[in-house]
Design a protein around this ligand. Structure first.
Ligand code: HEC
Length: 124
């Protein structure tokens, strides 16, 4: 009986401590680069970014502008040539910006830039 009373009293304190610790944990996480978790390698992250945002048009049998981004070799060539980096660096309002719907986030662009700076590795 005594134990139950004690734990009931300390419950609000425990809830408060949990809330505070997760709050501070959240603050620390925000200070870190939120994009840094993904390894910049084709198999680890880059393929899924291209597949999600580019391959719908730049893939399949007749890719737009003859550019296939659903294939490692071709995605690597277009990225190291600077074509991909140029298009994804443009503001979404620019008619040449890729993807045309502006769905690319800053972390996606940062990942592709990092991948290019590493020489576009296929595996991590
Ligand atoms: C909705 C369809 C669509 C999506 C999605 C799309 N593109 Fe494009 N892309 C096009 C079209 C159409 C062209 C040709 C017209 C032009 O050059 O703007 C093109 C051209 C390009 C070119 C120039 C190719 C060349 O040789 O002239 C690059 C580079 C490019 N896209 C990269 C990308 C990247 C990277 C993504 C994803 C982040 C992407 N695109 C998403 C439709 C799309």
């Amino acid at each position: 009986m005594t134990i139950v009373t004690r734990s009931q009293k300390s419950l609000p304190l425990l809830v408060l401590l949990c809330a505070l610790s997760s709050l501070f944990g959240g603050c620390q996480y925000d200070v870190e680069d939120p994009c840094s978790e993904r390894s910049a390698a084709y198999n680890a992250s880059v393929a899924s970014v291209f597949n999600a945002h580019c391959a719908g048009c730049h893939g399949g049998t007749f890719p737009e502008a003859g550019l296939a981004l659903d294939d490692f070799e071709s995605a690597m060539d277009a990225t190291l040539s600077g074509d991909v980096l140029y298009r994804i660096s443009l503001p979404a309002t620019d008619p040449l910006a890729m993807p045309p719907n502006g769905s690319f986030g800053s972390c996606d662009a940062a990942l592709i830039e990092k991948w290019a700076s590493l020489g576009a590795p296929e595996f991590q």
